[in-house]
Ligand binder design. Structure first.
Ligand code: MG
Ligand code: MG
Length: 615
């Protein structure tokens, strides 16, 4: 389907917006009135710019408060309309969007609305422009699409149809059955926006919290399926008002927007499956390869943090198993838990001395080439290869937040592990049973939090597993969990709720290792003098109050600093933390029992406070 974006979705001047839309691969644009008014170019110049960028001008919007006014007001409104239709002609816009009136002058009279919209359509026809009538969810008398359609049907003019806007329809929970009753040739335009479920005034919800499809709570694929089934074959046009996007760089936002439409078309394709849908041309992505786990996590370290990281990993129970043939990179491992310590990453030079950072995630893929093809189709930037002769040729892409994602197949010959010379002297520490990397917690740039969630979902086929907010000692944090179907890849994407650069543990990344028996593992770690993060006794008093745990178990947990969570189905999480490694990283050990799927987010404030106390 043709892709389009309203200029209101992006920040900057009109020219920046158009350039970003074209660079991201959009085919069309809706020009928003405010952007045009503030633009130094005359309409004909904007038209040329749009054409030069290879974009099609889909629509000019919005035209407000036109219909159902007292007769003495109509002449004024028709004069306004004539001026805007002239403008649409100069712009080369084939359609004008008319929003249902919010004016106090508007009369609750459908016949009057139909009659006046008929006059508007007759005028528009003279200019070769079509009029799409859209029910705003806060319209004064017309606030749902079925009502707008009744008025358009009664007006019965070939130049008048409806615009469906997913936000206005899904925010009100309007029944979607009525969409099928609208003839295809009257479905003039479709605007798409997602949003999180929020209990708030619908106008404020729309103006501040819309987001791209796949980033909110609405069922956009199901909605689009209804619209397509009714015969709509026009563009998929994004119209998103979002406080964060308004202040973010328009280039990445436009790419994020385009990615959302690729994901939406893929989701629609799955819904339609074998349903014959004549004339529907969906963009298909290369299939997802289900990731089977983390191949590795790479940490950038410097001369000061590196030895501390080595010491900590050794006490956790990993062994220094190999040294890279050509790079200052160490392999630390235990079973499938692998950590690369990179002493040569330039990204660290920009940060405080003694810092460590998660810079790359290695993802196990049965078909890395296919994973790379999907990444390319999702506009994920490929990173330059960094390899010597006869070394493994791993593809990596840049994720939001400056994290690299590598696609690996470890159990194959040759394997990327062959790039590491085994260390003969390495002994495997006794005791404990770390098995794999359970999850990774990443801090995302404020402007890219929504984009990064969608990026990982689409790239790796992850599912959202809920969002939480928690109050760390230094500020409110927002956290979004994502996981693969089998739970082998789990990510927690975190961001300060109000942006800014929160200091200390609140905004630290973390790597969590899974184990089969956290009590035996903790005992072995204690033998190796691992400094496990001490947890206050108050926390255990509260656990006892809430869960009535076995006193001996509770005492053992208190002794080791093991935290606890339980889900509604009785699944349990036992976990422990290290203190900070530098300023922005810590490590965790988890044991999941009985199908627990969360991340123990409930304990994050206690963890952050305890870490802050040890800094
Ligand atoms: Mg709209
Ligand atoms: Mg965690």
């Amino acid at each position: 389907m043709r892709t389009s974006i309203a200029t209101v979705c992006l920040s900057g001047g009109l020219d920046d917006k158009l350039a970003a839309a074209a660079a991201a691969g959009f085919e069309g644009v809706e020009i928003f009135e405010n952007d045009l008014i503030a633009c130094a170019s005359p309409p004909a110049g904007i038209r040329r710019r749009v054409e030069d960028l290879g974009l099609s001008m889909e629509l000019y919007q919005p035209f407000r408060d036109f219909e159902a006014v007292p007769p003495d007001r109509l002449a004024h409104n028709l004069r306004r309309a004539r001026r805007k239709l002239e403008l649409a002609c100069l712009l080369g816009a084939p359609m004008l969007l008319v929003c249902s009136s919010v004016s106090e002058l508007a009369i609750d009279d459908d016949d009057l609305a139909s009659e006046q919209l008929h006059q508007l359509a007759t005028l528009a026809e003279e200019y070769g422009v079509r009029v799409a009538y859209e029910a705003l969810s806060w319209g004064r008398h017309v606030n749902d699409y079925e009502h707008a359609w009744r008025i358009v049907a009664a007006a019965d003019h070939p130049a008048l149809g409806v615009c469906l806007d997913s936000f206005h329809i899904l925010s009100r929970g309007t029944d979607l059955d009525g969409i099928d009753a609208i003839p295809a040739d009257k479905l003039f335009f479709l605007q798409l926006a997602d949003a999180p479920y929020l209990a708030m005034d619908v106008l404020q919800w729309s103006r501040h919290h819309r987001c791209f499809p796949g980033q909110g709570s609405f069922d956009l694929p199901g909605f689009l399926q209804r619209v397509v089934a009714a015969g709509y074959r026009g563009p998929l046009s994004l119209e998103v008002f979002n406080d964060v996007f308004r202040q973010a760089d328009p280039g990445p936002t436009a790419v994020d927007a385009m990615r959302s439409l690729l994901g939406l078309q893929e989701a629609l394709g799955r819904l339609l499956d074998t349903t014959p849908t004549p004339g529907l041309d969906l963009t298909h992505l290369p299939e997802t390869v289900e990731p089977s786990g983390f191949a590795f996590v790479e940490l950038a370290v410097d001369a000061s943090s590196g030895p501390m990281a080595e010491d900590l990993l050794g006490r956790l129970g990993l062994e220094h198993g190999g040294q890279h043939r050509s790079k200052p990179v160490q392999l630390w491992q235990r079973d499938d838990a692998r950590v690369l310590l990179n002493y040569g990453d330039q990204r660290l030079s920009a940060t405080l001395e003694g810092d460590s950072l998660v810079t790359a995630l290695g993802v196990e893929s049965a078909d890395p080439a296919q994973s790379a093809r999907r990444a390319d189709a999702l506009i994920a930037p490929r990173l330059p290869r960094r390899r010597g002769p006869a070394e493994a040729d791993l593809v990596s892409v840049a994720a939001p937040g400056d994290t690299a994602v590598f696609f690996c197949r470890t159990q194959t010959t040759p394997s990327w592990l062959d790039d590491f010379l085994p260390l003969a002297s390495a002994d495997r520490p006794d005791g404990g049973d770390l098995t794999a990397i359970d999850h990774v917690g990443l801090i995302q740039p404020f402007e890219q939090f929504q984009a990064s969630g969608l990026f990982y979902q689409l790239l790796l086929g992850l599912q959202p597993r809920g969002s939480v907010e928690y109050a760390a000692p230094t500020g409110l944090m927002r956290s979004r969990a994502l996981a693969s179907a089998g739970g082998r890849i789990r990510l927690a994407l975190n961001v300060p709720a109000l942006g800014g650069d929160l200091s200390g543990p609140a905004t630290a990344q973390h790597v969590a290792f899974g184990c089969r028996d956290i009590f035996a593992t903790a005992a072995a770690m204690r033998e190796r003098a691992l400094p496990i993060l001490p947890i206050p006794t108050n926390y255990y008093e509260d656990l006892d109050a809430r869960w009535e745990l076995d006193p001996a178990l509770l005492e053992t947990m208190r002794t080791f600093g093991i935290l606890y969570d339980r889900d509604e189905a009785g699944g349990e999480l036992f976990h422990l933390y290290t203190g900070m490694l530098g300023h922005r990283l810590f490590l965790e050990v988890v044991q999941r029992v009985g199908g627990y799927e969360g991340y123990g987010e409930v304990n994050a404030p206690v963890r952050a406070a305890a870490q802050l106390a040890t800094v």
